[in-house]
Design a binder for this molecule. Structure first.
Ligand SMILES: [Ca+2]
Ligand SMILES: [Ca+2]
Length: 220
């Protein structure tokens, strides 16, 4: 498939749709190709992360530069974490997996994470974990795989903030090592050029394209 993230390298695209009830925000966070930092023969390389926020769920779809598979069906399958900083404060929550196991600090203080390492224990499902207590609060979030992506939907009712406006970090790799990471947010910053409207049935009302730069300094 074609990745919008490939086309729009180094940009974030935010599209706001306003249906008659509720809303949907789609955030696309591109990631450079060839920026993996592992040393093994298989380097899972994130191309982009698409986050869809609806009235009931926040869905993460992560696209790769190569064919992938779940770890339940391949020894080279994708493992990793989706880190969630639901109050958007690094002062609360726990250190993120991106900071702990990646190649650059995330600046996140995470309250929850999705654990892809749990997928082999119940193929097709992953666990949502409370980062503060390290206890599983949802043992069966469905995860779907395409040839080059995976997708997980998290019910907002499972998160303390409930609005789904979060900072997030994606850390991926193999069972041997971490290989790539990406960090983003699902709400626009104050400086963003957001055109906002409260018109009725589903209308495209705003597009924000904001230049971003990612830094991947090696850990010491
Ligand atoms: Ca990448
Ligand atoms: Ca936090």
């Amino acid at each position: 498939m074609s990745h919008l993230g490939k086309i729009m390298s180094s940009t974030i695209l935010l599209v706001i749709l306003l249906p008659a009830t509720g809303y949907t925000a789609i955030v696309i966070v591109p990631d450079p190709i060839g920026d993996t930092f592992g040393s093994g023969p298989v380097q899972h390389d994130i191309v982009s992360t698409h986050v869809t926020l609806s009235a009931t769920d926040i869905t993460f779809e992560v696209f790769f530069n190569e064919m992938i598979a779940p770890t339940s069906s391949s020894s080279d399958g994708v493992v990793g974490y989706i880190d969630l900083d639901v109050d958007r404060s690094s002062l609360t929550g726990e250190i993120s997996h991106v900071t702990d196991l990646g190649n650059a600090p995330s600046g996140l203080g995470i309250e929850y994470y999705v654990d892809l390492l749990s997928e082999p224990f119940h193929p097709g499902f992953v666990e949502l974990v409370d980062a503060n207590t390290n206890t599983t609060i949802d043992p069966a979030l469905p995860i779907s795989f395409s040839a080059d992506s995976f997708s997980v939907a998290i019910p907002l009712s499972s998160l303390a903030s409930g609005d789904g406006q979060v900072d997030f970090g994606i850390l991926v790799g193999t069972v041997l090592e971490s290989t790539d990471q990406s960090v983003g947010t699902v709400i626009p910053e104050a400086s963003s050029l957001l055109i906002w409207s409260l018109l009725g049935s589903t209308i495209l009302v705003g597009v924000v394209v904001r230049k971003v730069r990612f830094s991947f300094a090696n850990r010491n």
